[in-house]
Design a protein. Structure first.
Length: 272
């Protein structure tokens, strides 16, 4: 080979071996699912955000229930507290590693009032009469109604609702009902008191939350409330419409593989 040919060959650009080139589907081990935080299968495409169909559709149904406005004003700091309800801590949670006895609700409400722009506190209908006087004058009581029947083993009135004490950080248009009818979560673990995603979307609307706001989940449990807000805040929907950002359809920004044989319409840990 002549010196001129050798020089020309040395100037020819080498093929791009970057793993990010278009069409690359090589495995990316160790990536967490954007919803359940478990590892995305190594066989998934490089741009997949979810480990499978169930997580992808759960995140989509959450976004369809509540969109957020990307043109938010000053970001605010919110908190949600779902502590063991008064008198029930030992009954339901004494075997949990985080069990610390009864919660001091007076101190909790004082901390919420001083530290956050808006907050919400879940409690029981029986404890409401004791906790509400601890709250500031602007607090409102919303109702999560569980549309199931009373057990035949009970006597008299059976509680089928839970109060949520709310101090909104903003009052946004359109208004939101101060009650929600939704069944309890049917998946996502066995921890008593798990909340469905319908509750999470309703809670954020009650508080007047917008994209960019911070949410502190003081008693995270399964982590569903924090994960729900992280998903909604990240996937800001500037335009209205349920189909915007539909990650359950082929061709969306997420291309995680459909679970083999999965024909369910509900995701684990999710109840519409």
């Amino acid at each position: 080979m002549s010196s001129r040919a050798a020089q020309g060959a040395s100037l020819t650009p080498a093929p791009d071996a970057s793993p990010l080139q278009a069409g690359d589907t090589s495995p990316r081990p160790g990536r967490p699912c954007a919803w359940c935080r478990l590892e995305i299968p190594a066989t998934a495409r490089v741009d997949a955000r979810f480990c499978g169909k169930k997580c992808r559709q759960t995140a989509f149904r959450l976004r369809r229930r509540r969109t957020t406005d990307e043109n938010a004003a000053r970001p605010l700091r919110f908190a949600y507290a779902d502590p063991p309800y008064p008198g029930l801590s030992s009954k339901y949670y004494r075997d949990e590693s985080t069990y610390a006895g009864e919660v001091d609700h007076a101190a909790l409400v004082a901390s919420l009032t001083m530290s956050f722009d808006g907050w919400a506190l879940s409690t029981s209908s029986r404890a409401l009469r004791d906790i509400l006087p601890m709250c500031p004058p602007g607090a409102r009581v919303a109702a999560w109604v569980k549309p199931h029947g009373a057990s035949p083993l009970t006597y008299g009135p059976h509680s089928c609702w839970e109060p949520v004490i709310v101090v909104p950080g903003r009052n946004l248009r359109p208004g939101v009902r101060d009650w929600l009818s939704a069944l309890p979560a049917r998946g996502g673990g066995t921890l008593p008191g798990r909340k469905p995603i319908a509750f999470c979307a309703w809670l954020f609307s009650l508080l007047g939350m917008q994209a960019g706001d911070e949410l502190v989940d003081l008693f995270p449990g399964t982590g569903i409330v924090g994960r729900s807000w992280a998903e909604l805040s990240r996937r800001t929907c500037a335009t209205s419409g349920a189909g915007v950002g539909d990650a359950s359809r082929p061709g969306s920004d997420d291309t995680s593989p459909t679970a083999a044989g999965d024909v369910s319409s509900a995701a684990a840990g999710d109840r519409p």
